[in-house]
Design a protein around this ligand. Structure first.
Ligand code: ZN
Length: 492
């Protein structure tokens, strides 16, 4: 099969025709979340970007195997192989098992992805479930001479690698500059060169997550998991590797070095990176006080937010920018997206009700071509959406009886909007915020009263298990009950 899809490759820095290695199969690997805290706004953009790509490739007829990992071990606080494991640190802080932290935040991530209507990947492997594969990869790299052992840890040897290959080709870094910095080393370091990165780290006594290996009781370096899991599930060469542009260096650069070091060749045909988000023009970060969880965003529960923004508003907002542009979250821009989405979906609803005429006063085929040309041009959703709005003008004129389409064209237009809005962009109809504040919340209130009455009866019968179960079921449904002295309070 063939398509006219063009895709930007971060490695060649050019836009190329998309030609999968083994059509109709497409292998796509995307770096997933490190699950040590609630899903935040920064998670939404790569998830929605690669969901669109996943959906569109499937729409074109490709059989896509989409692998998105869960990082649950080895991601240290600093890129320079230092500091605590982010998950272990959280576990210590909250007195939990590391795997409890992983379970809790994986569930939170999934819940938020469902709200954003992000399809689950075909495979979602955990780093901790692939320690053997990672150890085998370290052995391969060692056997090929691109790594060395130092005090029970294994490091990738950038200097040795650079004699034959180009480290830095993805991020455009100059390896001489990177190696230059090594002269400042005081000889105390385990590494030969500062830019060498850990493949395996010997665990210190305070490190709680560790596994046995021939070198030491330790844990794999962060970069290793993606090389191990992508090649395990997609083979030694596959089509697309994606992630946020912040992962380009060092993470993806190291992945390339590991692949070449282990297999003797690159494993990825197209490197695809989504750009970053900013909040009111500033980088997002905990220290900047503007880091927002998705839950806060959907509830409007943050000082920077003037209101709640629904998951579909966030999704549509992300799609209104090209994935390679930066995207600034501001109340003004989001409110515009909210209105824009409503206008678009109202037109889709109106389209279903329209009656055909005898002639067509505009060309549906032309509109269709423009929309798909935009998508085929490196997934240019903002241009595609602008064409959809051109179509909305026609739909509104048809509603007023000022334009018409034949039955065939009308059906074509309906299919076009359904395919683009729902199948490809992954939009959904949502209750508007005014519903939540009025009718619906009254109904929910009545239901909560009913369930509270059942809880009261259960308590009177000393069936505390049932009473607690009802409270927990409500919580799972999104309603939190707080028993007070005078009765109870509830919140969504
Ligand atoms: Zn990765």
């Amino acid at each position: 099969m063939s398509s006219n899809l063009l895709i930007y490759n971060s490695l060649s820095r050019t836009t190329q025709k998309f030609e999968p290695i083994n059509p109709p199969y497409v292998g796509m690997y995307v770096c997933g979340p490190t699950v040590y805290g609630p899903a935040h706004l920064g998670h939404a953009r790569p998830a929605v970007t690669f969901d669109l790509i996943f959906r569109y490739l499937k729409y074109l007829g490709y059989k896509v195997r989409y692998v998105r990992n869960i990082t649950d071990v080895g991601h240290l606080e600093h890129d320079a192989d230092e500091g605590d494991d982010k998950i272990a640190k959280k576990a210590k802080l909250e007195n939990l098992e590391p795997m409890e932290v992983v379970q809790m935040y994986t569930e939170d991530y999934h819940k938020n992805m469902r709200l954003l209507n992000v399809l689950p990947p075909s495979i979602e492997p955990h780093a901790s479930g692939h320690i053997i594969e990672q150890i085998n990869l370290v052995k391969k790299i060692l056997d090929n001479g691109y790594a060395y052992e130092s005090n029970g840890s294994i490091y990738f040897d950038i200097k040795k690698y650079s004699e034959k290959y180009r480290y830095g080709k993805l991020s455009g870094r100059n390896v001489e500059d990177l190696l230059e910095k090594t002269r400042t080393l005081d000889g105390q370091d385990e590494k030969h060169n500062q830019c060498d990165f850990a493949l395996w780290k010997k665990a210190s006594p305070r490190h709680i997550m560790h596994w046995p290996s021939v070198w030491s009781e330790g844990f794999p370096g962060w970069h290793l998991e993606c090389t191990a899991m992508s090649t395990k599930y997609l083979g030694e060469t596959f089509d697309i590797h994606g992630g946020g542009i912040d992962l380009q260096f060092p993470h993806h650069e190291c992945e390339i070095a590991q692949s070449v070091g282990a297999f003797g060749h690159d494993t990825v045909k197209y490197w695809v990176h989504n750009n970053m988000i900013t909040i009111n023009g500033k980088k997002m970060g905990k220290s900047l006080g503007n880091a927002m969880t998705l839950e806060q965003f959907f509830a409007g529960d943050h000082p920077l937010l003037e209101q709640a923004y629904s998951p579909m508003t966030v999704r549509f907002f992300i799609l209104q920018a090209h994935y390679r542009s930066t995207l600034d979250f501001s109340n003004e821009a989001l409110q515009a997206s909210e209105k824009g989405l409503e206008k678009l979906l109202n037109a889709v609803k109106a389209l279903a009700e329209l009656k055909p005429g005898k002639t067509s006063s505009f060309s549906v085929a032309e509109l269709e071509e423009k929309c798909f040309d935009a998508l085929n041009n490196d997934f240019n959703t903002p241009v595609m959406i602008s064409h959809l709005y051109d179509g909305v003008k026609h739909i509104n004129l048809m509603k007023d009886g000022k334009e018409t389409l034949t039955e065939e064209d009308l059906n074509k237009l309906r299919k076009l909007y359904n395919d683009l809005c729902f199948d490809i962009m992954g939009l959904l109809y949502e209750n508007t915020s005014s519903d939540a504040n009025s009718g619906n919340s009254k109904i929910i209130g009545n239901l909560v009263d009913m369930i509270q009455q059942l809880r009261k009866e259960a308590k009177a019968n000393k069936d505390y298990a049932l009473s607690d179960k009802l409270r927990d079921d409500l919580k799972n449904a999104g309603v939190t009950i707080k028993d007070t002295r005078d009765g109870y309070e509830w919140s969504i």
